[in-house]
Ligand binder design. Structure first.
Ligand code: AMP
Length: 588
Protein backbone atom coordinates (compact mmCIF):
# COMPACT_ATOMS: atom_id res chain seq x y z
CA UNK A 1 0.00 0.00 0.00
CA UNK A 2 1.11 3.53 -0.76
CA UNK A 3 2.58 4.86 2.51
CA UNK A 4 1.29 8.35 1.77
CA UNK A 5 -2.25 6.96 2.03
CA UNK A 6 -1.80 6.25 5.74
CA UNK A 7 -3.75 8.63 7.94
CA UNK A 8 -1.27 9.64 10.61
CA UNK A 9 -2.54 10.55 14.04
CA UNK A 10 -1.10 13.51 15.87
CA UNK A 11 -1.87 14.82 19.33
CA UNK A 12 -3.93 17.58 17.65
CA UNK A 13 -6.34 14.95 16.27
CA UNK A 14 -7.29 13.90 19.75
CA UNK A 15 -9.70 16.08 21.67
CA UNK A 16 -9.49 13.81 24.72
CA UNK A 17 -6.67 11.59 25.91
CA UNK A 18 -7.62 8.19 24.44
CA UNK A 19 -8.33 5.28 26.74
CA UNK A 20 -5.93 3.22 24.69
CA UNK A 21 -2.94 5.50 24.37
CA UNK A 22 -0.16 2.97 23.91
CA UNK A 23 -1.36 -0.01 21.90
CA UNK A 24 1.65 -2.26 22.45
CA UNK A 25 1.96 -1.55 26.17
CA UNK A 26 -1.76 -2.01 26.85
CA UNK A 27 -1.87 -5.29 24.95
CA UNK A 28 0.97 -6.52 27.04
CA UNK A 29 -0.40 -5.66 30.43
CA UNK A 30 -4.08 -6.39 29.72
CA UNK A 31 -5.80 -9.42 31.23
CA UNK A 32 -9.48 -10.36 31.33
CA UNK A 33 -9.02 -11.13 35.04
CA UNK A 34 -7.90 -7.57 35.68
CA UNK A 35 -10.84 -6.25 33.61
CA UNK A 36 -13.25 -8.32 35.72
CA UNK A 37 -11.64 -6.91 38.86
CA UNK A 38 -11.94 -3.35 37.53
CA UNK A 39 -15.65 -3.91 36.99
CA UNK A 40 -15.72 -5.24 40.57
CA UNK A 41 -17.47 -8.41 39.51
CA UNK A 42 -18.64 -10.73 42.22
CA UNK A 43 -15.92 -13.20 43.23
CA UNK A 44 -18.28 -16.11 43.14
CA UNK A 45 -18.79 -15.50 39.43
CA UNK A 46 -22.25 -13.96 39.72
CA UNK A 47 -22.86 -11.31 37.10
CA UNK A 48 -25.91 -9.96 35.36
CA UNK A 49 -25.67 -7.70 32.31
CA UNK A 50 -28.56 -5.48 33.48
CA UNK A 51 -27.10 -5.37 36.98
CA UNK A 52 -23.87 -3.97 35.56
CA UNK A 53 -25.35 -1.78 32.86
CA UNK A 54 -28.29 -0.29 34.75
CA UNK A 55 -28.23 -0.94 38.50
CA UNK A 56 -24.58 -0.06 39.09
CA UNK A 57 -25.15 3.40 37.58
CA UNK A 58 -28.64 3.86 39.04
CA UNK A 59 -27.32 3.34 42.54
CA UNK A 60 -24.34 5.66 42.10
CA UNK A 61 -23.53 9.25 41.19
CA UNK A 62 -24.94 8.92 37.69
CA UNK A 63 -28.48 8.08 38.77
CA UNK A 64 -29.97 11.33 37.45
CA UNK A 65 -27.98 11.30 34.24
CA UNK A 66 -29.72 10.56 30.94
CA UNK A 67 -29.05 6.98 29.88
CA UNK A 68 -31.10 7.08 26.67
CA UNK A 69 -32.48 9.94 24.65
CA UNK A 70 -35.11 8.59 22.27
CA UNK A 71 -35.68 10.77 19.23
CA UNK A 72 -38.22 10.41 16.47
CA UNK A 73 -39.69 12.51 13.70
CA UNK A 74 -42.42 14.92 14.67
CA UNK A 75 -42.34 14.15 18.41
CA UNK A 76 -40.47 15.61 21.36
CA UNK A 77 -37.46 13.58 22.41
CA UNK A 78 -37.85 11.43 25.52
CA UNK A 79 -35.04 11.20 28.06
CA UNK A 80 -34.76 8.23 30.40
CA UNK A 81 -32.30 8.56 33.29
CA UNK A 82 -30.35 5.62 34.72
CA UNK A 83 -32.68 5.77 37.73
CA UNK A 84 -35.73 5.81 35.45
CA UNK A 85 -34.33 2.92 33.44
CA UNK A 86 -33.84 0.97 36.65
CA UNK A 87 -37.50 1.47 37.60
CA UNK A 88 -38.83 0.63 34.14
CA UNK A 89 -36.70 -2.50 33.77
CA UNK A 90 -37.72 -3.63 37.26
CA UNK A 91 -41.35 -3.22 36.28
CA UNK A 92 -40.76 -5.27 33.16
CA UNK A 93 -38.94 -7.96 35.17
CA UNK A 94 -41.95 -8.05 37.50
CA UNK A 95 -44.30 -8.36 34.52
CA UNK A 96 -42.39 -11.52 33.54
CA UNK A 97 -42.46 -12.75 37.12
CA UNK A 98 -46.23 -12.16 37.36
CA UNK A 99 -46.70 -14.16 34.16
CA UNK A 100 -44.76 -17.04 35.68
CA UNK A 101 -41.83 -16.73 33.27
CA UNK A 102 -38.82 -18.44 34.83
CA UNK A 103 -35.04 -17.99 34.66
CA UNK A 104 -33.60 -19.11 31.34
CA UNK A 105 -36.95 -18.93 29.53
CA UNK A 106 -36.93 -17.10 26.22
CA UNK A 107 -38.36 -13.66 25.57
CA UNK A 108 -38.40 -12.34 22.00
CA UNK A 109 -38.72 -8.66 21.20
CA UNK A 110 -39.90 -7.49 17.80
CA UNK A 111 -40.19 -3.75 17.37
CA UNK A 112 -38.61 -0.65 15.96
CA UNK A 113 -36.24 1.34 18.18
CA UNK A 114 -38.84 2.44 20.72
CA UNK A 115 -38.20 2.77 24.47
CA UNK A 116 -40.15 -0.43 25.20
CA UNK A 117 -37.62 -2.46 23.20
CA UNK A 118 -34.75 -1.26 25.39
CA UNK A 119 -36.76 -1.76 28.58
CA UNK A 120 -37.84 -5.27 27.54
CA UNK A 121 -34.30 -6.36 26.68
CA UNK A 122 -32.78 -5.06 29.91
CA UNK A 123 -35.79 -6.08 32.03
CA UNK A 124 -35.61 -9.64 30.68
CA UNK A 125 -31.90 -9.82 31.54
CA UNK A 126 -32.60 -8.44 35.00
CA UNK A 127 -35.18 -11.15 35.52
CA UNK A 128 -32.71 -13.81 34.37
CA UNK A 129 -34.72 -14.66 31.26
CA UNK A 130 -32.95 -15.09 27.93
CA UNK A 131 -33.76 -12.36 25.44
CA UNK A 132 -33.63 -12.30 21.67
CA UNK A 133 -34.31 -9.03 19.84
CA UNK A 134 -35.60 -9.55 16.30
CA UNK A 135 -35.25 -7.08 13.44
CA UNK A 136 -38.62 -5.45 12.80
CA UNK A 137 -38.10 -5.53 9.02
CA UNK A 138 -38.19 -9.33 9.11
CA UNK A 139 -41.25 -10.89 7.53
CA UNK A 140 -43.45 -13.51 9.22
CA UNK A 141 -41.36 -16.48 8.15
CA UNK A 142 -37.97 -15.45 9.62
CA UNK A 143 -39.81 -14.35 12.77
CA UNK A 144 -41.60 -17.69 13.21
CA UNK A 145 -38.44 -19.68 12.38
CA UNK A 146 -36.47 -17.87 15.07
CA UNK A 147 -39.18 -17.96 17.73
CA UNK A 148 -39.53 -21.70 17.16
CA UNK A 149 -35.80 -22.39 17.18
CA UNK A 150 -35.49 -20.39 20.39
CA UNK A 151 -38.65 -21.88 21.92
CA UNK A 152 -39.92 -18.39 22.67
CA UNK A 153 -42.42 -18.23 25.51
CA UNK A 154 -42.99 -14.49 25.42
CA UNK A 155 -43.07 -12.04 22.51
CA UNK A 156 -43.02 -8.30 23.03
CA UNK A 157 -44.15 -6.44 19.93
CA UNK A 158 -46.37 -3.62 18.72
CA UNK A 159 -50.00 -3.87 17.71
CA UNK A 160 -49.14 -3.04 14.11
CA UNK A 161 -46.32 -5.56 13.79
CA UNK A 162 -48.43 -8.20 15.49
CA UNK A 163 -51.30 -7.75 13.09
CA UNK A 164 -49.07 -7.57 10.03
CA UNK A 165 -46.50 -10.24 10.78
CA UNK A 166 -47.43 -12.49 13.68
CA UNK A 167 -51.18 -13.00 14.08
CA UNK A 168 -51.68 -15.27 11.08
CA UNK A 169 -48.62 -17.35 11.94
CA UNK A 170 -49.37 -17.62 15.64
CA UNK A 171 -50.51 -21.23 15.57
CA UNK A 172 -47.22 -22.11 13.89
CA UNK A 173 -45.41 -20.97 17.04
CA UNK A 174 -46.63 -23.49 19.60
CA UNK A 175 -44.27 -22.47 22.44
CA UNK A 176 -45.45 -18.87 22.34
CA UNK A 177 -47.69 -18.34 25.34
CA UNK A 178 -47.74 -14.60 25.99
CA UNK A 179 -47.76 -11.77 23.48
CA UNK A 180 -47.27 -8.37 25.12
CA UNK A 181 -48.31 -5.49 22.90
CA UNK A 182 -47.14 -1.92 22.76
CA UNK A 183 -50.15 -0.06 21.47
CA UNK A 184 -49.60 3.17 19.60
CA UNK A 185 -51.92 6.09 19.31
CA UNK A 186 -55.26 4.81 18.22
CA UNK A 187 -53.90 1.32 18.76
CA UNK A 188 -56.19 -1.49 19.63
CA UNK A 189 -55.82 -2.97 23.10
CA UNK A 190 -58.18 -5.89 22.73
CA UNK A 191 -56.53 -8.05 20.10
CA UNK A 192 -57.40 -11.63 21.03
CA UNK A 193 -54.57 -13.67 22.50
CA UNK A 194 -52.51 -10.64 23.49
CA UNK A 195 -51.90 -8.58 26.61
CA UNK A 196 -51.45 -4.84 26.82
CA UNK A 197 -47.89 -4.13 27.95
CA UNK A 198 -48.64 -0.66 29.34
CA UNK A 199 -51.36 -2.08 31.62
CA UNK A 200 -49.10 -4.89 32.82
CA UNK A 201 -46.28 -2.40 33.49
CA UNK A 202 -48.59 -0.10 35.44
CA UNK A 203 -49.74 -3.01 37.61
CA UNK A 204 -46.24 -4.33 38.28
CA UNK A 205 -44.07 -3.16 41.17
CA UNK A 206 -41.05 -0.98 40.43
CA UNK A 207 -38.69 -2.77 42.77
CA UNK A 208 -37.01 -6.05 42.01
CA UNK A 209 -33.84 -7.90 42.79
CA UNK A 210 -31.46 -8.49 39.93
CA UNK A 211 -31.43 -12.23 39.17
CA UNK A 212 -28.26 -13.81 40.60
CA UNK A 213 -27.15 -15.16 37.24
CA UNK A 214 -23.73 -16.72 36.79
CA UNK A 215 -21.11 -15.59 34.27
CA UNK A 216 -21.83 -18.67 32.16
CA UNK A 217 -25.64 -18.36 32.22
CA UNK A 218 -27.31 -17.73 28.88
CA UNK A 219 -28.36 -14.10 28.51
CA UNK A 220 -28.93 -13.31 24.84
CA UNK A 221 -29.72 -15.24 21.71
CA UNK A 222 -28.71 -13.66 18.43
CA UNK A 223 -29.61 -15.44 15.25
CA UNK A 224 -27.16 -15.51 12.41
CA UNK A 225 -27.04 -17.28 9.08
CA UNK A 226 -24.81 -19.86 7.49
CA UNK A 227 -24.63 -21.18 3.97
CA UNK A 228 -26.96 -24.06 4.62
CA UNK A 229 -29.75 -24.99 6.98
CA UNK A 230 -31.82 -22.92 9.36
CA UNK A 231 -30.48 -19.80 11.08
CA UNK A 232 -28.17 -20.44 14.00
CA UNK A 233 -28.97 -19.11 17.46
CA UNK A 234 -25.68 -17.87 18.87
CA UNK A 235 -25.73 -18.18 22.66
CA UNK A 236 -24.27 -15.31 24.65
CA UNK A 237 -23.75 -15.32 28.40
CA UNK A 238 -23.93 -12.72 31.16
CA UNK A 239 -20.14 -12.82 31.60
CA UNK A 240 -19.86 -11.24 28.10
CA UNK A 241 -20.36 -7.91 29.80
CA UNK A 242 -16.61 -7.73 30.47
CA UNK A 243 -15.92 -7.63 26.72
CA UNK A 244 -18.66 -5.05 26.16
CA UNK A 245 -17.01 -2.88 28.76
CA UNK A 246 -13.40 -3.35 27.59
CA UNK A 247 -14.23 -2.80 23.91
CA UNK A 248 -16.39 0.24 24.69
CA UNK A 249 -13.32 1.60 26.38
CA UNK A 250 -10.70 0.70 23.77
CA UNK A 251 -12.44 0.54 20.40
CA UNK A 252 -15.10 3.22 20.90
CA UNK A 253 -13.02 5.26 23.35
CA UNK A 254 -16.07 5.96 25.52
CA UNK A 255 -15.55 8.58 28.20
CA UNK A 256 -18.25 9.45 30.76
CA UNK A 257 -18.91 12.86 29.21
CA UNK A 258 -19.66 11.40 25.77
CA UNK A 259 -22.91 11.58 23.86
CA UNK A 260 -22.86 8.34 21.92
CA UNK A 261 -24.90 7.41 18.86
CA UNK A 262 -24.92 3.81 17.62
CA UNK A 263 -27.10 3.67 14.54
CA UNK A 264 -27.50 -0.12 14.57
CA UNK A 265 -30.81 -1.82 15.32
CA UNK A 266 -30.82 -4.16 18.34
CA UNK A 267 -32.21 -6.86 16.02
CA UNK A 268 -28.56 -7.22 15.01
CA UNK A 269 -25.81 -7.89 17.48
CA UNK A 270 -24.18 -4.44 17.12
CA UNK A 271 -27.39 -2.76 18.21
CA UNK A 272 -27.42 -4.82 21.40
CA UNK A 273 -23.76 -4.98 22.44
CA UNK A 274 -23.14 -1.32 21.52
CA UNK A 275 -26.61 0.16 21.08
CA UNK A 276 -27.62 -0.95 24.57
CA UNK A 277 -25.02 -2.52 26.83
CA UNK A 278 -21.59 -0.90 26.30
CA UNK A 279 -22.62 2.77 26.60
CA UNK A 280 -24.65 2.07 29.77
CA UNK A 281 -21.65 0.29 31.30
CA UNK A 282 -19.63 3.45 30.75
CA UNK A 283 -22.34 5.71 32.12
CA UNK A 284 -22.65 7.40 28.74
CA UNK A 285 -25.76 9.04 27.29
CA UNK A 286 -26.96 7.24 24.15
CA UNK A 287 -29.04 8.68 21.35
CA UNK A 288 -31.60 6.27 19.91
CA UNK A 289 -33.21 7.36 16.66
CA UNK A 290 -36.40 5.58 15.78
CA UNK A 291 -36.38 6.56 12.10
CA UNK A 292 -34.81 4.96 9.08
CA UNK A 293 -31.82 6.46 7.27
CA UNK A 294 -32.18 9.99 5.98
CA UNK A 295 -29.04 11.99 5.18
CA UNK A 296 -30.39 15.38 6.25
CA UNK A 297 -31.85 13.95 9.45
CA UNK A 298 -28.64 12.18 10.36
CA UNK A 299 -26.52 15.31 10.03
CA UNK A 300 -29.08 17.20 12.08
CA UNK A 301 -28.89 14.55 14.82
CA UNK A 302 -25.10 14.80 14.90
CA UNK A 303 -25.45 18.56 15.29
CA UNK A 304 -28.51 18.95 17.48
CA UNK A 305 -27.73 16.13 19.89
CA UNK A 306 -24.07 17.20 20.07
CA UNK A 307 -22.94 13.64 19.40
CA UNK A 308 -19.29 13.06 20.38
CA UNK A 309 -18.80 9.40 19.47
CA UNK A 310 -20.61 7.89 16.49
CA UNK A 311 -20.74 4.19 15.62
CA UNK A 312 -22.25 3.47 12.25
CA UNK A 313 -21.94 1.24 9.18
CA UNK A 314 -20.33 1.41 5.72
CA UNK A 315 -23.67 1.33 3.86
CA UNK A 316 -24.84 4.38 5.79
CA UNK A 317 -21.56 6.18 5.13
CA UNK A 318 -21.81 5.41 1.42
CA UNK A 319 -25.38 6.72 1.40
CA UNK A 320 -24.17 9.93 3.04
CA UNK A 321 -21.41 10.19 0.44
CA UNK A 322 -23.97 9.70 -2.30
CA UNK A 323 -26.21 12.40 -0.86
CA UNK A 324 -23.35 14.84 -1.55
CA UNK A 325 -21.15 17.29 0.33
CA UNK A 326 -23.67 20.16 0.20
CA UNK A 327 -25.89 18.85 3.00
CA UNK A 328 -23.18 18.49 5.67
CA UNK A 329 -22.07 22.07 4.95
CA UNK A 330 -25.37 23.25 6.42
CA UNK A 331 -24.54 21.64 9.77
CA UNK A 332 -21.85 21.99 12.41
CA UNK A 333 -20.62 19.22 14.66
CA UNK A 334 -17.65 20.56 16.58
CA UNK A 335 -18.26 18.09 19.42
CA UNK A 336 -17.87 15.03 17.23
CA UNK A 337 -14.50 13.52 18.14
CA UNK A 338 -14.56 9.86 17.08
CA UNK A 339 -16.28 7.90 14.31
CA UNK A 340 -16.27 4.12 14.03
CA UNK A 341 -17.89 1.76 11.59
CA UNK A 342 -18.57 -1.97 11.40
CA UNK A 343 -20.33 -4.72 9.56
CA UNK A 344 -18.91 -4.82 6.06
CA UNK A 345 -15.82 -3.69 4.24
CA UNK A 346 -15.23 0.04 4.56
CA UNK A 347 -13.72 1.37 1.37
CA UNK A 348 -10.62 3.56 1.69
CA UNK A 349 -12.48 6.44 -0.01
CA UNK A 350 -15.07 6.35 2.78
CA UNK A 351 -12.35 6.66 5.43
CA UNK A 352 -10.91 9.67 3.63
CA UNK A 353 -14.34 11.16 2.93
CA UNK A 354 -14.89 11.22 6.70
CA UNK A 355 -11.74 13.25 7.15
CA UNK A 356 -12.63 15.68 4.38
CA UNK A 357 -16.33 16.19 5.01
CA UNK A 358 -16.78 15.48 8.72
CA UNK A 359 -13.28 16.48 9.76
CA UNK A 360 -12.52 13.02 11.17
CA UNK A 361 -11.41 9.78 9.57
CA UNK A 362 -13.68 6.77 9.98
CA UNK A 363 -12.30 3.97 12.12
CA UNK A 364 -13.27 0.58 10.77
CA UNK A 365 -13.61 -2.33 13.15
CA UNK A 366 -14.42 -5.98 12.75
CA UNK A 367 -16.43 -8.55 14.65
CA UNK A 368 -19.41 -10.85 14.15
CA UNK A 369 -22.43 -12.25 15.96
CA UNK A 370 -20.40 -15.14 17.33
CA UNK A 371 -17.71 -12.95 18.89
CA UNK A 372 -20.25 -10.87 20.84
CA UNK A 373 -18.02 -7.80 20.77
CA UNK A 374 -15.41 -5.91 18.73
CA UNK A 375 -12.28 -7.97 18.14
CA UNK A 376 -10.17 -6.01 15.64
CA UNK A 377 -10.27 -2.25 15.43
CA UNK A 378 -8.70 0.98 14.38
CA UNK A 379 -8.45 2.86 17.65
CA UNK A 380 -7.78 6.55 18.26
CA UNK A 381 -4.27 5.63 19.37
CA UNK A 382 -2.77 4.56 16.09
CA UNK A 383 -2.47 5.52 12.45
CA UNK A 384 -5.14 4.30 10.06
CA UNK A 385 -4.34 2.39 6.91
CA UNK A 386 -7.55 3.07 4.94
CA UNK A 387 -9.11 -0.23 3.87
CA UNK A 388 -7.75 -2.14 6.87
CA UNK A 389 -9.93 -3.34 9.76
CA UNK A 390 -7.19 -2.40 12.22
CA UNK A 391 -5.43 -4.49 14.83
CA UNK A 392 -6.63 -6.94 17.49
CA UNK A 393 -7.73 -5.26 20.71
CA UNK A 394 -6.04 -5.97 24.05
CA UNK A 395 -7.11 -9.43 25.21
CA UNK A 396 -7.69 -10.67 21.64
CA UNK A 397 -5.29 -12.90 19.73
CA UNK A 398 -6.02 -13.07 16.03
CA UNK A 399 -4.21 -15.00 13.32
CA UNK A 400 -4.47 -16.01 9.71
CA UNK A 401 -4.69 -19.78 9.43
CA UNK A 402 -5.08 -22.53 6.86
CA UNK A 403 -7.29 -25.52 7.61
CA UNK A 404 -5.45 -28.84 7.24
CA UNK A 405 -7.01 -32.05 6.02
CA UNK A 406 -6.77 -33.65 9.48
CA UNK A 407 -8.94 -30.87 10.95
CA UNK A 408 -6.06 -28.98 12.56
CA UNK A 409 -5.03 -25.50 11.45
CA UNK A 410 -1.65 -24.11 10.53
CA UNK A 411 -0.97 -20.55 11.57
CA UNK A 412 0.46 -18.46 8.73
CA UNK A 413 3.17 -16.28 10.13
CA UNK A 414 4.27 -14.64 6.91
CA UNK A 415 2.64 -11.27 6.24
CA UNK A 416 0.25 -10.54 3.37
CA UNK A 417 -0.80 -14.15 2.85
CA UNK A 418 -4.51 -14.85 2.49
CA UNK A 419 -6.10 -17.39 4.82
CA UNK A 420 -8.97 -17.74 7.28
CA UNK A 421 -9.22 -15.28 10.13
CA UNK A 422 -9.06 -17.12 13.47
CA UNK A 423 -9.27 -15.98 17.08
CA UNK A 424 -7.77 -17.68 20.12
CA UNK A 425 -10.66 -18.80 22.30
CA UNK A 426 -11.12 -17.39 25.78
CA UNK A 427 -12.49 -13.83 25.47
CA UNK A 428 -15.57 -13.39 27.68
CA UNK A 429 -18.14 -12.61 24.98
CA UNK A 430 -17.31 -15.60 22.81
CA UNK A 431 -20.53 -17.42 21.90
CA UNK A 432 -21.02 -20.54 23.98
CA UNK A 433 -22.90 -22.55 21.40
CA UNK A 434 -25.44 -22.57 18.62
CA UNK A 435 -28.73 -23.38 20.25
CA UNK A 436 -29.47 -27.11 19.98
CA UNK A 437 -26.69 -27.56 17.46
CA UNK A 438 -23.56 -28.77 19.19
CA UNK A 439 -22.18 -30.28 16.00
CA UNK A 440 -22.25 -26.98 14.12
CA UNK A 441 -20.63 -25.23 17.09
CA UNK A 442 -17.84 -27.79 17.35
CA UNK A 443 -17.04 -27.37 13.68
CA UNK A 444 -16.18 -23.69 14.29
CA UNK A 445 -13.17 -24.63 16.40
CA UNK A 446 -9.87 -26.30 15.82
CA UNK A 447 -7.93 -26.72 19.05
CA UNK A 448 -7.75 -23.30 20.64
CA UNK A 449 -8.73 -21.45 17.49
CA UNK A 450 -12.20 -20.20 16.66
CA UNK A 451 -12.49 -20.11 12.87
CA UNK A 452 -14.48 -17.09 11.79
CA UNK A 453 -15.42 -18.06 8.22
CA UNK A 454 -13.85 -14.81 6.95
CA UNK A 455 -10.85 -14.68 4.65
CA UNK A 456 -8.29 -12.03 5.48
CA UNK A 457 -4.62 -11.08 5.43
CA UNK A 458 -2.33 -9.59 8.07
CA UNK A 459 0.39 -7.16 7.04
CA UNK A 460 3.87 -6.76 8.49
CA UNK A 461 2.64 -4.08 10.93
CA UNK A 462 -0.05 -6.40 12.33
CA UNK A 463 -3.01 -4.72 10.54
CA UNK A 464 -5.73 -7.06 9.27
CA UNK A 465 -7.29 -6.72 5.82
CA UNK A 466 -10.64 -8.27 4.96
CA UNK A 467 -10.69 -10.36 1.78
CA UNK A 468 -14.15 -11.97 1.72
CA UNK A 469 -16.30 -14.71 3.18
CA UNK A 470 -15.25 -18.33 2.98
CA UNK A 471 -18.91 -19.31 2.53
CA UNK A 472 -21.95 -18.13 0.54
CA UNK A 473 -23.63 -15.86 3.08
CA UNK A 474 -24.69 -12.48 1.75
CA UNK A 475 -24.00 -9.11 3.35
CA UNK A 476 -26.57 -6.56 2.32
CA UNK A 477 -26.66 -3.16 4.00
CA UNK A 478 -24.63 -4.72 6.81
CA UNK A 479 -27.14 -7.52 7.38
CA UNK A 480 -26.05 -11.11 7.08
CA UNK A 481 -28.50 -13.09 4.98
CA UNK A 482 -28.49 -16.86 4.61
CA UNK A 483 -29.17 -17.87 0.98
CA UNK A 484 -30.87 -21.06 2.18
CA UNK A 485 -33.58 -19.13 4.02
CA UNK A 486 -34.34 -17.10 0.88
CA UNK A 487 -34.27 -20.17 -1.38
CA UNK A 488 -36.67 -22.02 0.94
CA UNK A 489 -39.19 -19.18 0.83
CA UNK A 490 -39.04 -19.05 -2.99
CA UNK A 491 -39.50 -22.82 -3.19
CA UNK A 492 -42.81 -22.43 -1.39
CA UNK A 493 -44.26 -20.71 -4.44
CA UNK A 494 -46.12 -23.20 -6.67
CA UNK A 495 -44.26 -22.08 -9.81
CA UNK A 496 -40.75 -22.64 -8.45
CA UNK A 497 -38.92 -25.91 -9.10
CA UNK A 498 -35.53 -24.89 -7.70
CA UNK A 499 -33.91 -21.72 -6.43
CA UNK A 500 -30.35 -20.48 -5.97
CA UNK A 501 -29.54 -17.19 -4.29
CA UNK A 502 -26.38 -15.08 -4.40
CA UNK A 503 -25.10 -11.70 -3.27
CA UNK A 504 -24.55 -9.42 -6.26
CA UNK A 505 -22.04 -6.62 -5.61
CA UNK A 506 -23.62 -3.20 -5.19
CA UNK A 507 -21.75 0.08 -4.77
CA UNK A 508 -23.93 1.31 -1.90
CA UNK A 509 -25.28 -1.63 0.12
CA UNK A 510 -22.34 -3.97 -0.53
CA UNK A 511 -24.40 -6.76 -2.00
CA UNK A 512 -28.01 -7.11 -3.13
CA UNK A 513 -29.80 -10.43 -2.93
CA UNK A 514 -30.33 -11.92 -6.39
CA UNK A 515 -32.34 -15.09 -6.94
CA UNK A 516 -32.22 -17.55 -9.82
CA UNK A 517 -35.17 -19.90 -10.18
CA UNK A 518 -36.22 -22.61 -12.57
CA UNK A 519 -39.92 -23.19 -13.09
CA UNK A 520 -42.13 -26.23 -12.72
CA UNK A 521 -43.74 -27.67 -15.84
CA UNK A 522 -46.77 -25.63 -16.85
CA UNK A 523 -45.31 -22.27 -15.81
CA UNK A 524 -43.72 -19.79 -18.18
CA UNK A 525 -41.30 -16.99 -17.56
CA UNK A 526 -42.90 -13.55 -17.74
CA UNK A 527 -42.41 -10.15 -16.18
CA UNK A 528 -45.65 -10.66 -14.26
CA UNK A 529 -44.48 -13.99 -12.80
CA UNK A 530 -41.12 -12.54 -11.77
CA UNK A 531 -42.91 -9.65 -10.04
CA UNK A 532 -45.18 -12.13 -8.31
CA UNK A 533 -42.22 -14.16 -7.09
CA UNK A 534 -40.46 -11.05 -5.75
CA UNK A 535 -43.71 -10.02 -4.04
CA UNK A 536 -44.16 -13.51 -2.57
CA UNK A 537 -40.62 -13.49 -1.15
CA UNK A 538 -41.00 -9.99 0.23
CA UNK A 539 -44.26 -10.84 1.96
CA UNK A 540 -42.81 -13.91 3.64
CA UNK A 541 -39.27 -12.74 4.36
CA UNK A 542 -39.64 -9.00 4.81
CA UNK A 543 -37.80 -6.20 3.03
CA UNK A 544 -34.49 -6.80 4.81
CA UNK A 545 -34.07 -10.35 3.56
CA UNK A 546 -36.06 -10.69 0.32
CA UNK A 547 -34.32 -10.72 -3.09
CA UNK A 548 -34.29 -7.45 -5.04
CA UNK A 549 -33.62 -9.15 -8.37
CA UNK A 550 -34.80 -12.40 -9.87
CA UNK A 551 -33.94 -14.32 -13.04
CA UNK A 552 -35.66 -17.34 -14.48
CA UNK A 553 -33.28 -19.98 -15.86
CA UNK A 554 -33.84 -23.37 -17.47
CA UNK A 555 -31.94 -25.19 -14.72
CA UNK A 556 -29.51 -24.39 -11.93
CA UNK A 557 -25.95 -25.69 -11.85
CA UNK A 558 -25.60 -28.45 -9.25
CA UNK A 559 -22.80 -30.57 -7.93
CA UNK A 560 -23.03 -34.29 -8.55
CA UNK A 561 -24.24 -34.65 -4.98
CA UNK A 562 -27.10 -32.28 -5.79
CA UNK A 563 -26.00 -29.02 -4.11
CA UNK A 564 -26.73 -25.84 -6.01
CA UNK A 565 -23.42 -24.24 -7.03
CA UNK A 566 -24.03 -20.68 -5.92
CA UNK A 567 -20.37 -19.90 -6.54
CA UNK A 568 -20.89 -20.69 -10.21
CA UNK A 569 -24.11 -18.69 -10.42
CA UNK A 570 -22.19 -15.75 -9.02
CA UNK A 571 -19.22 -16.16 -11.36
CA UNK A 572 -21.57 -16.32 -14.34
CA UNK A 573 -23.53 -13.29 -13.15
CA UNK A 574 -20.34 -11.27 -12.80
CA UNK A 575 -18.66 -12.61 -15.92
CA UNK A 576 -15.80 -14.03 -13.85
CA UNK A 577 -13.84 -17.23 -14.47
CA UNK A 578 -15.96 -20.23 -13.54
CA UNK A 579 -13.18 -21.90 -11.53
CA UNK A 580 -13.01 -25.60 -10.73
CA UNK A 581 -16.01 -27.32 -12.34
CA UNK A 582 -14.94 -30.88 -11.62
CA UNK A 583 -17.87 -31.46 -9.28
CA UNK A 584 -20.44 -29.95 -11.65
CA UNK A 585 -23.24 -32.26 -12.67
CA UNK A 586 -23.24 -32.53 -16.44
CA UNK A 587 -25.63 -30.13 -18.16
CA UNK A 588 -25.55 -27.53 -15.28
P1 AMP B 1 -22.79 -10.39 11.68
O1 AMP B 1 -22.56 -11.67 12.39
O2 AMP B 1 -24.14 -10.26 11.10
O3 AMP B 1 -22.40 -9.21 12.53
O4 AMP B 1 -21.82 -10.39 10.42
C1 AMP B 1 -20.46 -10.61 10.63
C2 AMP B 1 -19.73 -10.60 9.31
O5 AMP B 1 -19.76 -9.29 8.73
C3 AMP B 1 -18.26 -10.91 9.45
O6 AMP B 1 -18.00 -12.28 9.57
C4 AMP B 1 -17.71 -10.29 8.18
O7 AMP B 1 -17.91 -11.13 7.08
C5 AMP B 1 -18.56 -9.04 8.04
N1 AMP B 1 -17.88 -7.89 8.66
C6 AMP B 1 -18.05 -7.37 9.88
N2 AMP B 1 -17.25 -6.31 10.08
C7 AMP B 1 -16.53 -6.16 8.96
C8 AMP B 1 -15.51 -5.24 8.54
N3 AMP B 1 -15.10 -4.26 9.32
N4 AMP B 1 -14.99 -5.41 7.30
C9 AMP B 1 -15.42 -6.41 6.49
N5 AMP B 1 -16.37 -7.28 6.83
C10 AMP B 1 -16.93 -7.17 8.04
Amino acid sequence: MDASAIIRKTAADLRLAPNLADYAAERQCFSWEAARAELALDREGRVNIAGQAVERQASGDLRKKTAFRFVSRGAASRDVSFEGLSRLTSRFANVLKNLGVGRGERVFVLSGRIPELYVAVLGSLKHGAVVSPLFSAFGPEPIATRVNLGEGRVLVTTDLLYERKVAKWREKMPTLEHVLLVTGEGGCTDIPGTLDLATLMADAGEVCEVAPTGAEDMALLHFTSGTTGTPKGAIHVHGAVVTHWATGRYALDLHPEDIFWCTADPGWVTGTSYGIVAPLLHGVTSIVDREEFDAERWYSILQDQAVTVWYTAPTAIRMLMKAGAEIPRKYRFPQLRFIASVGEPLNPEAVRWGKEVLGLPIHDNWWQTETGGIMIANTPAFDIKPGSMGRPLPGIDAAIVKRQEDGSVAVIDAPDVEGELALKRGWPSMFRGYLNNEERYRKCFSGDWYLTGDLAKRDADGYFWFVGRADDVIKSAGHLIGPFEVESALMEHPAVAEAGVIGKPDPVVGEVVKAFVSLKAGFEDSEALRMELLGHARKRLGAAVAPKEIAVVASLPRTRSGKIMRRLLKARELGLPEGDLSTLESGG
